[in-house]
Design a protein. Structure first.
Length: 318
């Protein structure tokens, strides 16, 4: 366990404050087109591997000019953030592969994390070192599987077709894998990356579950409500910085303690769960924040006998 240098954590703190602002103006290049003799203004915004054009209005309008200027300013700021991210990557900070970064970007720019989607699994784990300001062995392990929890997703509001959003992340489109009974995609292949949506299980609830607001079938798993009750924003080092929502570290660790006991004794994923739980627990202790782990642990242990049994069994193995 080692602290990340102060100059690095300061750069990251600036990114966290200013990069990819929630509800802010997205960076864009401004273009004009002559249509039927009149010049019209468009903003071209990068979404993964795609550029989406947004019509702003006729050239010469004061309102259009102000908005176009704000997009140009956001583009200049984004270039500064790209330079910062390059420095962080060269300093050895973990960054997602390009294909994964594109997926993060399209999800973020579609407002899905803002509406309650939460990144979990190994790709969330890789974001904790820079967010916490410490590094540890094994943090760099990567996978092509992405897990997104919709347990806290706000379904009220405008429906968003998840497949259409993900298609922007690849030049070659996506391959949805369909659940025949629900007639909805249950998994998406974006190149070599696979994305699964999961949600909370409820008594008597069959899996998968239709999430109509995303036009997707989500696998219902236990303990998701605990994992996603407390989350925070981080910045993934891709492009000009991608704002992502992940579980609080202590919650992530305790959740891993629980699910590890639900896997076969010699399963590779079982040991990975235990290793990730231990890494975060040790990181919080290293930072003097062990009370966060203890609080999350106490919360989980109060939720039932089976929770306590699994947690205690995993703690003995750490």
């Amino acid at each position: 366990m080692q602290s990340i240098a102060t100059n690095i954590t300061t750069l990251y703190a600036d990114l966290l404050q200013f990069a990819d602002p929630v509800g802010g103006v997205l960076p864009a290049t401004i273009k004009t087109k002559k249509i039927k003799g009149t010049e019209q203004v468009y903003a071209s915004v990068k979404h993964g591997a795609t550029r989406i054009e947004q019509y702003l209005g006729p050239k010469g309008s004061d309102e259009v000019e102000r908005y176009a200027q704000s997009r140009k300013q956001a583009q200049a700021i984004a270039k500064d953030h790209q330079a910062t991210i390059t420095m962080l990557r060269r300093a050895g900070m973990l960054a997602p592969p390009v294909a994964i970064g594109r997926i993060f970007e399209v999800l973020s720019r579609a407002g899905l994390f803002q509406r309650g989607l939460v990144l979990s699994g190994t790709h969330a784990f890789r974001l904790y070192p820079l967010a916490l300001g410490v590094t540890w062995p094994g943090a760099a392990f990567a996978t092509n599987d992405i897990d997104i929890s919709a347990a806290s997703f706000a379904e009220a509001g405008e429906p968003i077709d998840l497949g259409e959003v993900l298609a922007r992340a690849s030049d070659n489109g996506i391959e949805p894998q369909w659940h025949t009974d629900l007639n909805l995609p249950a998994r998406f292949m974006i190149g070599t990356a696979g994305l699964d949506v999961i949600t909370r299980s409820k008594r008597g609830r069959k899996s998968p579950v239709a999430i109509d607001a995303l036009n997707v079938a989500a696998e219902a798993l236990p303990f998701q409500e605990y994992l996603t009750e407390r989350t925070f924003d981080v910045i993934a080092l891709y492009g000009s910085g991608v704002r992502i929502r992940i579980p609080e570290p202590a919650r992530f660790a305790v959740h891993k303690l629980i699910v590890a006991q639900r896997r076969p004794a010699r399963a590779v994923k079982r040991q990975k769960d235990l290793d990730q739980a231990k890494a975060i627990r040790d990181a919080l202790e290293f930072l003097g924040d062990e009370h966060e782990f203890e609080t999350a642990l106490e919360d989980a242990q109060q939720r039932g006998r089976a929770w306590r049994r699994d947690i205690n069994a995993s703690l003995k193995e750490l």
